[in-house]
Design a protein around this ligand. Sequence first.
Ligand SMILES: Cc1cc2nc3c(=O)[nH]c(=O)nc-3n(C[C@H](O)[C@H](O)[C@H](O)COP(=O)(O)OP(=O)(O)OC[C@H]3O[C@@H](n4cnc5c(N)ncnc54)[C@H](O)[C@@H]3O)c2cc1C
Length: 472
Amino acid sequence: MTASWIHALREVVGRKHVLEDAASLLAYESDALTLFRCSPAAVVLPQFTEEVVAIMRILHREKIPCAARGAGTGLSGGALVPEGGVILSMTRMNQILSVCEKSMCAIVQPGVVNLDLSKRVEPLGLRYAPDPASQTVSTLGGNVAENAGGPMCFLHGTTTNHLLGAKVVLSDGSLHDWSTQDDLDLRGFLCGSEGTLGVMVELTLRLITKPKRVVTMLAAYQDVAQACAAVAGIVAQGIRPVALEVMDQKAIQAVERSVYRSGLPQDAGAVLIAEIEDVGGHIEIEQERLEACLREYSPLRLEIAQTDRQRIAIWKGRKGAGGAMGQLAPDSYVMDGVVPRSKLAEVMAFVDKIEEEVGLPVANLFHAGDGNIHPHFAYDARDPKQCEAVEEAGAKILRKCLELGGSLSGEHGIGLEKQHLMREQFGEKEIALMERLRGVFNPENLLNPGKGLPMSRGCSEAFHRHKSKSRA
Ligand SMILES: Cc1cc2nc3c(=O)[nH]c(=O)nc-3n(C[C@H](O)[C@H](O)[C@H](O)COP(=O)(O)OP(=O)(O)OC[C@H]3O[C@@H](n4cnc5c(N)ncnc54)[C@H](O)[C@@H]3O)c2cc1C
């Protein structure tokens, strides 16, 4: 017999927007970190704010745990609910509500895909700066919840620097407007809260002007250490590129064997992509300084994109690299940690050591300017031993990041993946304070339970860790 709360949800959004059959739910049992899986009891797809309010009231009355979900590209196990829970898929809330050219901002629903906003404002000479490599798919709501970064965030800052306001529905169904910044900055608090404070239903985002000119360079180096040294050198000389991205040889080769192939030099141990923008009319001077600095570190080759086509090809390789990892193994575990830029070469040497220990290939592509590393472990999720091995290896690398003065996450969030390591970065007092703050907004822990902060044992068992995939 269908539960009364399912009937109630159907009344709010219509029968076809409440999914309950096993085949439909399969797509919602994990995000892009497939180490964690848990099938929801139902998925509900609202289109309007009033529907989200009504849904949250029903779920609150029934004490049913729930989580919002954008495109499900998250890499820390964020958009999952424990058994019996409900997912609110925000993909039907995908309207750009208004664009104000004069104030350089846009009001959007949270399910708008990141790149769609930039495409929409491009004819006005504007763009939305945060550009995660998943920007063709990931949603702006998911980006805010994870405080997403991207190659261009080295100069322009991550999502938190571009969120001007938000309308949020709390777990009890109350609707709030967090758009003022002159008092306690709830807007800033929301950014990076991993969907644990409320469901975002409307966002006001800052737009920036498109640069007059852009110069993109690709330097091929002997190895990753040399590329990292060049990154530290560029920043130390006061050069301000928009992006400083590194890919190692495994990543380059995976790209070149995939549909994202873009002519990257396969003999190089690493490539460094550096891009500068013309903001104040001094791009020629910056270009000279950047080129000289890249040459100081003895590149095997240095290419300077002369046309838009060449520039797009370079970025096609970098942005497609995550997807190209499918060339290495059936599954990929993408880690995310941060170290001070000066420690990049040291942490990458440690990643090499772990790769040898674990015996599985690790490709590296990372936001080097921000010290944000992303080792990609290639493994087979059908083998529970490999699942355990990559997870343990990931924890070792994160501990190394902490030892070097870094942190557990640059942009993918804590989610389920890293919550058990939070006590290694933060003291008991800090964790208790974060729990109390979260409790103000989500007192019964019904909204996205188990994410971000250390879980109690009972709660962690509600999610299936290492449930290996069965494939035909
Ligand atoms: C190939 C690939 C490349 C990637 N590259 C990058 C990168 O360069 N930079 C980067 O930062 N990340 C990157 N990611 C990770 C991921 O794309 C980002 O974390 C992105 O912000 C997630 O957006 P999403 O819409 O898929 O959110 P989901 O995965 O659906 O959800 C992520 C979190 O947001 C919450 N959430 C979603 N919508 C709402 C809402 N409306 N209200 C409240 N909470 C909400 C969910 O509950 C969950 O906790 C990459 C992922 C992949 C697969």
